[in-house]
Ligand binder design. Structure first.
Ligand code: FAD
Ligand code: NAD
Length: 405
C-alpha cells in the first residue's frame, strides 16, 4: 500500500515542533514526511530583536534544521513556497513542486503596514535573520558615518520605533543597551542620540498589566527612550516619518532609521493560494484543520484561534505555535493510522514575559507578576525551553542563554 506523504511548510516553531514530534511517533513504514523551509536554518523569531539591535550575533539566533530532524524519517527540502494548489494537492516552490496527501502550513508572519505610505520603502521590520542583520548594520553605519561628514546630520542618530507592542518594547530594551556601546565605539556624544517610540494607542503595551507597563516605561525612559503615546505614524519618507496626534497635530520627525514594529499578518502565501483569511490568518477548526478540508492543517501565526472568554483572537505567539505543533503531530499520526476522531486544540497560556534588555524584564508567569532580574531569568528560561522542546538538551547546550544574573 502506498504510504501517505505529509508535507510541512515552514521550519519555525510550529513547523519544527510538528516535524520533531512526528518523527518520534510515526514510523517510516507509516508515512513519508517532508519538511520545506526557505533557508537551511531555523531562527528563533522571538530573539530577532536582539540580533536587530546588535546585542546578540545573528548566528546565535539560528541553527541548522538538519541538527534537529531525524534524516532517516524526515526529508528536508530547502525551498521557497510560492503557492499551494489545493485542488491538485500540490505545493509550488520557487525551484519545483511537490505533491502531498497531508499538508501543514506553518509559514509564520509578515509585517503588516496597513497600507501606510512609504513604510515598505523607507522603514525596516524585524521579521527574519536577513532583516535583523540589515537593521543592525544600518544603525551601525549611521554611527560610523556621523563623524565623517563636515556638516553633521543629527538625524543619523535618531532611531524611531513604530509601535509599543511587545516587539517594539523588546527591541527598544536592546537598543537602549546597545547605543552607549555604539557611542563609545564611534566617538559619538550620547546626548545627540534620540530613541523615539511612537505608539498610536493611549498606552504602551496596550492591554498589559498597567503596573508592569509603568515599570517598563520608567526603565526605558531612564535609558533615554522618548515615548510619543496616542500618536500614529501616518507616513514614512526618505527623511523620516510623519506622525499625527489627533486630527490637526501633525509633525515630521527626521530620522535615518525607522523600525516598524506595529503589526503582523499571516504569510502572503495563504492569500496567494486563494485561502480565505483575515490579514493572512485563517480561523482554523478546533482540530487545527482548514475549514472544509480533511487534509490541510494550519499552525502558528498563519492560524487564528478565538479566545471564547473575550471573543477575540489570541495574539499570535511562539507559545501557541509550539503547542499547536504538538497537537497537529498527534492528529496527523491519528489520520495516517486511519482514525477519524481528532484532538481539539486549546491554548494553555502560561504567561507573558517581555524583556527590557538582557538584564531586565517584566512579566506575568503562572499568575505571578514579576519585574527586574527575576523576570529576566524567567525570560531566559522560556527561551531555553523552546530550544529544549525542539532540539533537546544538546540544542540548549549549543544555543542556550546561560548569562543568568
Ligand atoms: P516562525 O517561527 O516565524 O517560522 C516561520 C518559518 O517559515 C520560518 O522558518 C521562515 O523562514 C519560513 N518561511 C516563511 N515564508 C516561507 C516561504 N514562502 N517558503 C518557505 N519557508 C518560508 N512569541 C512568544 O510566545 N514569546 C515571545 O517572547 C515572543 N517574542 C517575539 C519577539 C519578536 C522580535 C517577534 C518578531 C515575535 C515574537 N513572538 C513571541 C511571536 C513569535 O515569534 C511568533 O508567534 C512565532 O514565531 C510563530 O511561529 P510560526 O511557526 O508560525 O512562525
Ligand atoms: P502588536 O500588534 O502586538 O503591537 C503593535 C503596536 O503598534 C500596537 O500597540 C498598536 O497600537 C501600535 N500601532 C499600530 N499602528 C500604529 C501606527 N500607525 N502608529 C503607531 N503605532 C501603531 O505587534 P507586535 O508587538 O509586533 O507583536 C506581534 C505578536 O508577537 C503579538 O502577538 C505579540 O504578543 C507577540 N510577541 C510576543 C512577545 C513576548 O511575549 N515577549 C514579544 C514580541 C512579540
Amino acid at each position: 500500500m502506498r504510504k501517505p506523504k505529509i508535507v510541512i511548510l515552514g521550519a519555525g516553531y510550529g513547523g519544527l515542533m510538528t516535524a520533531t514530534r512526528l518523527q518520534k511517533t510515526v514510523g517510516v513504514n507509516e508515512a513519508d514526511i517532508v519538511l520545506i523551509n526557505k533557508n537551511d536554518y531555523h531562527y528563533e523569531t522571538t530573539w530577532l530583536h536582539e540580533a536587530s539591535a546588535g546585542t546578540l550575533h545573528h548566528d546565535r539566533v539560528r541553527y541548522d534544521v538538519r541538527d534537529v530532524i531525524d534524516r532517516h524519517k524526515v526529508e528536508f527540502i530547502q525551498g521557497s513556497v510560492e503557492e499551494i494548489k489545493m485542488d491538485e494537492k500540490r505545493v509550488i516552490l520557487e525551484n519545483g513542486d511537490i505533491e502531498y496527501d497531508y499538508l501543514v502550513i506553518a509559514l509564520g508572519a509578515e509585517s503588516e503596514t496597513f497600507g501606510i505610505k512609504g513604510l515598505k520603502e523607507y522603514a525596516f521590520s524585524i521579521v527574519n535573520v536577513n532583516s535583523a542583520r540589515q537593521i543592525r548594520e544600518h544603525i551601525e553605519y549611521q554611527f560610523a558615518t556621523y563623524n565623517t561628514e563636515v556638516e553633521k546630520k543629527d538625524e543619523r542618530l535618531t532611531i524611531v520605533v513604530g509601535g509599543a507592542g511587545f516587539t517594539g518594547i523588546e527591541f527598544l530594551g536592546e537598543l537602549a543597551n546597545r547605543v552607549p556601546e555604539l557611542c563609545r565605539e564611534y566617538d559619538v556624544d550620547y546626548h545627540k542620540v534620540k530613541m523615539i517610540c511612537v505608539e498610536a494607542a493611549p498606552m504602551v503595551l496596550p492591554g498589559f498589566d498597567p503596573e508592569l507597563v509603568d515599570y517598563a516605561v520608567a526603565t526605558l525612559e531612564k535609558k533615554g527612550v522618548e515615548f510619543r503615546i496616542g500618536t500614529a505614524i501616518k507616513e514614512a519618507t526618505p527623511e523620516g516619518i510623519i506622525v499625527a496626534k489627533g486630527e490637526d497635530d501633525v509633525e515630521e520627525i527626521k530620522a535615518s532609521t525607522v523600525v516598524w514594529a506595529a503589526g503582523v499578518r499571516g504569510n502572503s502565501v495563504i492569500e496567494k493560494s486563494g485561502i480565505e483569511a483575515m490579514r493572512g490568518r485563517v480561523k482554523v477548526q478546533p482540530d487545527l484543520r482548514l475549514p472544509g478540508s480533511e487534509d490541510v492543517f494550519i499552525v502558528g501565526d498563519c492560524s487564528l484561534i478565538i479566545n471564547e472568554e473575550i471573543n477575540r483572537p489570541y495574539p499570535p505567539t511562539a507559545q501557541i505555535a509550539m503547542q499547536q505543533g504538538e497537537v497537529c503531530a498527534r492528529n496527523l499520526a491519528a489520520l495516517v493510522r486511519g482514525k477519524s476522531e481528532l484532538e481539539t486544540f486549546t491554548p494553555d497560556i502560561k504567561g507573558t514575559v517581555c524583556s527590557l534588555g538582557e538584564d531586565d524584564a517584566i512579566g506575568v508567569a503562572f499568575g505571578k507578576k514579576m519585574v527586574g532580574t527575576k523576570a529576566s531569568f524567567m525570560k531566559k528560561m522560556i527561551d531555553n525551553r523552546a530550544l529544549y522542546m525542539i532540539g533537546g538538551p544538546s540544542m540548549v547546550l549549543k544555543k542556550g542563554k546561560f548569562n543568568i544574573l
